[in-house]
Ligand binder design. Structure first.
Ligand code: SF4
Length: 342
C-alpha cells in the first residue's frame, strides 16, 4: 500500500452500562460496556477491507466511529492525515461528504415518497454542492450510471416501491456516490437481499473501489460474503481485531481459533471437500464483563493454562498477516494435554 486514505489507531468506544442484578447484590456501580477496545487498521484508496464478526463484536460501532457519528473514548481516526475527532464543525461537515455509508436495509434507507431523482439529488442539496440545475442533473445521472442503473432516464421518475431489492440498494449506493466520497462504509450491504443478487451488489462495491479509487470498509457477519471481494480481512471478537491480513492468507491459513471456527462453517463449492465445522461453546460474553487474559478463552477449543491470564497482542504470522493468539508464540501448548483447559 503506497498511500493511506484511512488510518485507525487504538480506537476505543465505551458506553455507560446498566446495573445487573449481580451489580445490585454486590453493591457495585454498573460496569461500562467496552464495545470497541483498541482497534487499529489502515486502508488505502481503492482497497476493500472486510470487518467480520458476530453480532456484538463491535464492528458496527467501528463503522459509526469512522463516520464521525459518535466520538471515540480513546484512540483516533485519521482520514487523509487529518484527525476526525479534532475537526471543527465546518470540517466535520466536509468530512461527511467524503465518508458515506451504505446501510443494511435499502427498504428503510429510502424515503418511499421521493422519486429516484429526488433521492439521489438530496445529499447534493443538503451539502449545497450543485450550483445549477444542469449540474445537479449531471451529477445525479453520473451517480446512477456508476451504480449500474442505466439507462438513467428509466429510473429517474420511479419510486422505491417500483424497484427490486437489488435496484433499491443500487439507489442507496448512487445517493452515496453523488457526493463523490473517498470512503464508503458498507454495513451488511447485502444481508437483506436475495441470495441471487448479493454477488451483483458486492461486485459493484468492489468495482467502485478498483475503478474510482474509493476505499471500502465492508462490515459483515458472513465470512463467505466477502471472500471474493475484499483485499484484506479483519476478524473482530468482543471489540478487538483478533486476526488481520490479506484475504487469501486469512482464508488459506487462519491462525486465530475464532477465525478458524468462522471459516469452518463457510460452504465450499467442491462436494468432495469436507471441512469439519468447529462448534464454539457458549455465547459471546457481555462486553461489560470481558473475560480476563485472552477474551476468547471461555469459548476457545484450544485454550491452555496461560490463556486466562495473558492478553495476547497481535503477533505477526506472515506478510501483513497477524493473529492475537498465544499459540502463535507457543504452538507446542496445543499438543500438551496437561496444559489444556476444559
Ligand atoms: Fe485460544 Fe488461548 Fe489463543 Fe486465546 S490465546 S485464542 S484462548 S489458544
Amino acid at each position: 500500500m503506497t498511500e493511506q486514505l484511512l488510518r485507525v489507531e487504538g480506537l476505543a468506544k465505551t458506553f455507560p452500562g446498566r446495573r445487573s442484578l449481580a451489580d445490585v447484590l454486590a453493591r457495585r456501580p454498573a460496569q461500562p460496556v467496552r464495545a470497541v477496545d483498541g482497534v487499529s487498521f489502515e486502508l488505502g484508496p481503492g482497497e476493500v477491507l472486510a470487518l467480520v464478526g458476530e453480532s456484538g463484536s463491535g464492528k458496527t460501532t467501528v463503522g459509526n466511529l469512522l463516520m464521525g457519528l459518535m466520538a471515540p473514548s480513546g484512540g483516533r481516526v485519521m482520514l487523509d492525515g487529518a484527525e476526525v475527532g479534532r475537526l471543527s464543525a465546518r470540517d466535520l461537515r466536509l468530512l461527511r461528504r467524503r465518508v458515506q455509508m451504505v446501510f443494511q436495509d435499502p427498504y428503510e434507507s429510502l424515503n418511499p415518497r421521493m422519486t429516484v431523482r429526488e433521492i439521489v439529488a438530496e445529499p447534493l442539496r443538503v451539502h449545497r454542492i450543485s450550483a445549477s440545475y444542469a449540474e445537479l442533473r449531471t451529477r445525479v445521472a453520473d451517480a446512477l450510471t456508476s451504480a449500474g442503473l442505466t439507462p438513467v432516464d428509466a429510473y429517474l421518475g420511479r419510486y422505491p416501491f417500483e424497484l427490486s431489492g437489488g435496484q433499491r440498494q443500487r439507489i442507496v449506493i448512487a445517493a452515496a456516490l453523488a457526493l463523490q466520497p473517498s470512503l464508503l462504509i458498507a454495513d451488511e450491504p447485502v444481508s437483506m437481499l436475495d441470495v441471487s443478487i448479493r454477488a451483483e451488489i458486492l461486485n459493484l462495491l468492489s468495482a467502485l473501489a478498483r475503478e474510482q479509487g474509493i476505499g471500502v470498509v465492508m462490515i459483515t457477519h458472513d465470512l463467505s460474503t466477502v471472500a471474493a471481494y475484499a483485499d484484506r480481512i479483519a476478524v473482530m471478537y468482543l471489540g478487538r481485531i483478533v486476526e488481520y491480513g490479506p484475504t487469501r492468507a486469512v482464508l488459506a491459513e487462519p491462525r486465530h481459533p475464532y477465525a478458524q471456527a468462522l471459516l469452518s462453517v463457510v460452504p465450499v463449492p467442491d462436494p468432495s471437500f469436507r471441512r469439519r465445522p468447529v462448534i464454539l461453546r457458549g455465547e459471546m460474553p457481555d462486553p461489560s464483563n470481558i473475560p480476563s487474559g485472552c477474551r476468547f478463552h471461555p469459548r476457545c477449543p484450544l485454550a491452555f493454562d496461560r490463556c486466562p491470564t495473558v492478553d495476547p497482542p497481535l503477533f505477526e504470522v506472515g506478510p501483513g498477516h497477524a493473529a492475537a493468539c498465544l499459540l502463535v508464540e507457543e504452538p507446542e501448548a496445543a499438543a500438551e494435554p496437561a496444559r489444556r483447559l476444559g
